[in-house]
Design a protein around this ligand. Sequence first.
Ligand SMILES: [Zn+2]
Ligand SMILES: [Zn+2]
Length: 471
Amino acid sequence: MRCTPHEVSNKACLSLETGDIQETSMKTVLVVESEPSVRSRLMPWLNERGWRVLDAPDRQRALALAREHLPDLILCDWPSVCDHGTGFCHGLEALSDLAGPRPVIVATGVADGAERYNALECGVDEYLPKPFNYHLLDQFLARVAGSGKGQPGFKPGPGGGQGRGTRLKFWGVRGSVPAPGGDTVHYGGNTACVEVRVNDVIIVLDAGTGLRRLGLSLMREFGDRPIHLNLLITHTHWDHIQGFPFFLPAYNPKNIISIYGYEGASQGLHDTLCSQMESPYFPISMRQLPGNINIRELKEMDFDVCGVPVKAHFLNHPGICTGYRLFTPDGSISFLPDVELFQRLRDRWTAETNAVPAQERQSAPEEDRSLVDFIRGSDILMLDAQYDAAEYERHVGWGHSCVEDSVAFALHAGVKRLYLFHHDPDHTDEQISRMVARARQMAASRHSDLVVEAAREGSEVLLTAPKSALP
Ligand SMILES: [Zn+2]
Ligand SMILES: [Zn+2]
């Protein structure tokens, strides 16, 4: 393998030329950055963390180096490549057709939600705002280094993830109220909305403000073809329905939108959804929408959405609120965005004991045991983790949980992958990352295989293997 002094940093180059054993263990990062002051700080920082660094000042040089060295990760300044962003990512995709898995691509740029979306739409796996939060960057690189390419939870890339299997995409992960801004750009500021694709069936979980972007994406994807979409509403608080009036597919008569949910807090689901669009709140009423919109108020707790079995469970949250569990051929997905767990299990479950005695489990309140049974063995659980333990003490009875209780619950129920959801609007990216670290620490102290992530707007998960039985 050849290396040129200006393209591969000295420390890494030395290990390559001397045939050092690090050559096989070091991961390679390609830095595409036109600003010398950023490069001069970033490259030694990466070196110190054991990365072999390739240096490219522009897009053309980056593609050439990528072809030659097949890096594990590309850290690219988005403005340097964005004029040709799609071409840049497609160039890497074509490269992976020849040479194996495509590198993980991380775009860096201004803290701007629109630019972040543009990058993600072009096939970038991650977007990090500048100036760098080196703490966040460190955490991210540790994950890449630890898990290797193609780790679960990363977007498969342009044109990827379009095959069979079940895909999940987060369009809104925030709770209570949208929280746009520079300090929320990593995890996102839109409220609850998750898209699930089970083969050709589209199921959307909640209609928070993230639904607007999903609508634009569906319009681009389907073009003139009709869209048939199934929207499951957990409850009718604003952060779960306010995206619907801005959902463009509802404005086209070729589309069919089936809405499922349970009775609203004080009136039927139909009236509650319609009333947010009545004058003077909104200029167009639900009746005037040209799309075929069918609102189905559910009475049963087991039902079927276009062949996908679904179970529902009422949750401890002000008013009527439901959690859903989808049983797909590729695994089960549970969605409990707003819930205050009844029993504070944290103290018992985080104790350095190996197991909670059976009699203690039996003594848990009926509601808790019922909910644990409901989510037991889920491949994916999206669960309310709005607060940390100290914040929760000031919000008891508000209908939300703290991360410590949520992790305890997931561990108790044998969940495989937990996504912390319904992020507090006042929590910055850094605070949420600290909560994730705390959650992982809890899982590790229990010697559990539970994977914990914070739900992040724009990220996708691909479920490909059957892991749990149908009900
Ligand atoms: Zn909510
Ligand atoms: Zn709520």
